[in-house]
Design a protein around this ligand. Structure first.
Ligand SMILES: Cc1cc2nc3c(=O)[nH]c(=O)nc-3n(C[C@H](O)[C@H](O)[C@H](O)COP(=O)(O)O)c2cc1C
Length: 186
């Protein structure tokens, strides 16, 4: 059974991201083909990257880096729940991605985004970052509109049709996650 993290990519007070990620988690946990865990960046309290050696060298000196490394290392696949800030993902998520390296490699990922244009621009940027982290990002993605999937842009009321797209995205993430596991073991 592969382990999939659903990562909340926003840390600000009053974030919409937590409700979105909990909704994804509730859909995911009905499935029997993978294990799922919600991972909240807030719980790791990462500062701006403060490791003296580039993360790809794997020489972590700080306890917060070691805790983040151990958590991400325990997964085979990821779902990034991302806001769109100035046409990109959040600084908090980019920083968390930058902090470690090999823990991301040869694993799969999918995206759930939200914003005025469904967060599409944030995901396009994340896809470029995935290549450098050697994460295989799947085609299917879930785009939620601040105008039609939230009341007053703050109370999450997703259109029911999105549940199907969450499962389509998870199908791809899980299949690729299983396939890539053999690369890491072999
Ligand atoms: C710093 C900042 C920049 C933003 N820039 C965009 C943007 O470029 N495009 C967009 O659709 N929404 C933008 N928004 C609106 C966010 O999509 C919206 O506030 C969303 O709820 C943010 O996610 P969060 O509540 O989980 O932090 C921005 C919000 C913030 C705080």
């Amino acid at each position: 059974m592969i382990r999939t993290a659903i990562i909340i990519g926003s840390t600000r007070p009053n974030r919409n991201g937590e409700a979105v990620a909990r909704w994804v988690f509730d859909i995911a946990r009905k499935r029997a083909d993978a294990e799922f865990e919600l991972v909240d960046l807030r719980d790791f309290n990462l500062p701006l990257l403060d490791e003296p050696v580039p993360p790809a060298m794997g020489q972590y000196s700080k306890d917060h880096t070691k805790a983040w490394s151990a958590k991400i290392d325990s997964f085979d696949a990821f779902v990034f729940v991302t806001p769109e800030y100035n046409h990109s993902t959040s600084g908090a998520l980019k920083n968390a991605l930058d902090f470690i390296y090999k823990e991301w490699n040869n694993k799969s990922a999918g995206f759930v985004s939200y914003g005025s244009a469904g967060g599409a621009r944030a995901v396009e940027q994340l896809r470029l970052i995935m290549a450098e982290l050697q994460i295989a990002d799947v085609r299917a993605q879930v785009m939620l509109s601040l105008f039609t999937d939230f009341e007053n842009m703050s109370v999450f009321k997703p259109d029911p049709r999105h549940e199907k797209s969450v499962n389509t995205m998870l199908d791809q993430v899980i299949e690729w996650g299983k396939a890539l596991k053999s690369l890491r073991i072999g």
